[in-house]
Ligand binder design. Structure first.
Ligand SMILES: [Mg+2]
Length: 385
């Protein structure tokens, strides 16, 4: 029985801000959900989105609703949360809250049943994954100097063994063109992707998409606003490169809309935002019926990283063949002690290869004392209180 639900809003002020096409980060935030059952077993999950707002949603709405429930019945709990808030939370921040609860329940369920999350998801078909390095964000230096710094950062990832990189674009068209070409010329044999974070209009997206094609990039991520699915389908029609999106989309119904209008050829739900890992499984099933692969967006702490690793370890590639292409796991390298400094054991990454954790649950363990140093606001709901 679920005995107690705590949430921890974590914050870290960055020594040096970093930017992408939309804004600069000065702080890192995460919202961690802790669910304790009557045996004393504890599961942890994480929510993506504005942490203090999501925290209020969990503490005021979802925690009181599910305290006392059986944590093994995670699908029942999801439906209960969904139905109770359907009139005003079909998508958005509250779905981020449900995602963290869902992730914590899978972690807890795995621990109670002594199996890892991949097993709960139906079973691993691979125990290690190729990681791709995400980083190479912007600063306020001149475009020319920034490109030099990005190349140096990229060389560091390659030296540490990564064979795939995702660069940030969407700063300005001239910068983007120069970066795309220079990175490819320096790393002719590396798998490259580019993420615009919805910075372009349709004409710019066509121009940049064609340049990415010429330079053999593997996918073009979030070229356009997530509100413009019709423009996404026009773009996908005009380009040969895979167009990907979905980190701001949620639930099977949201993704079905993207799939129905042929907006993208790769979908990227975030386990900590899309409705949680159990909802991501449904999203993946729907996508597979359209012949589309699901490669999660991953940002945040080890909880989300581990969850995405378990998810990808259980993915059947569409359409599948003997020598399969790789489904890669996003490994964020931006400065974040909430990912690097609050865990006793982390997801093991060796030379760019990610080992899928095999301990029960998510397989990563929070160091409570270390986490509390970053906690700016904590909530708690207990059975009977
Ligand atoms: Mg992205």
């Amino acid at each position: 029985m679920i005995e107690r639900i705590r949430t921890y809003c974590l914050e870290h002020s960055l020594d040096k801000p970093f930017g992408f096409s939309q804004w600069f980060y000065n702080k890192r935030h995460s919202l961690v959900v802790e669910i304790t059952d009557s045996s004393g077993a504890i599961g942890y999950g994480e929510c993506y989105g504005p942490a203090l707002v999501t925290q209020t949603a969990i503490d005021n709405i979802y925690a009181p609703l599910i305290i006392g429930d059986d944590p093994l019945l995670n699908e029942v709990i999801w439906q209960k949360c969904w139905k109770s808030t359907l009139d005003f939370a079909v998508s958005g921040v509250m779905m981020g809250g449900m995602s963290g609860i869902d992730m914590a329940l899978l972690d807890l369920k795995g621990k109670l049943l002594n199996v890892n999350t991949s097993t709960l998801m139906g079973g691993s078909v691979r125990t290690s994954l190729q990681g791709y390095a995400t980083g190479m964000y912007f600063d306020n230096d001149s475009d020319k100097n920034l490109i030099k710094k990005i190349i140096k950062e990229a060389e560091g990832y390659i030296d540490s063994g990564f064979k795939a990189l995702k660069i940030k674009i969407g700063k300005n068209i001239n910068f983007d063109k120069a970066l795309i070409k220079q990175i490819r010329s320096i790393f002719p044999d590396i798998k490259l992707m580019a993420d615009a974070n919805h910075a372009y209009d349709i004409n710019e997206a066509i121009i940049i998409g064609k340049l990415l094609e010429e330079n053999n990039y593997s996918w073009f991520e979030e070229p356009l606003s997530p509100t413009q699915l019709n423009l996404y389908s026009s773009l996908s029609n005009k380009l040969d490169i895979a167009v990907s999106a979905g980190e701001s989309e949620q639930t099977r119904w949201g993704f079905q809309k993207m799939l129905d209008c042929k907006a993208v050829t790769i979908i990227q739900p975030d386990m900590a935002y899309c409705g949680g890992p159990s909802e991501a499984l449904k999203i993946r099933s729907i996508a597979s019926s359209y012949g589309i692969n699901t490669i999660p967006h991953c940002w945040g702490t080890q909880l989300n990283l581990s969850c995405a690793a378990h998810f990808l370890s259980t993915s059947m590639i569409e359409p599948g063949r003997n020598e399969e292409p790789l489904l890669m796991l996003e490994v964020d390298h931006t400065p974040n002690p909430l990912r690097d400094d609050i865990f006793n054991n982390k997801v093991i990454i060796t030379k760019g290869n990610v080992q899928v954790p095999d301990e029960p649950g998510l397989g990563v363990e929070i160091n409570l004392d270390a986490m509390l140093k970053f906690c700016i606001h904590q909530t708690e709901k207990m059975n009977g209180k």
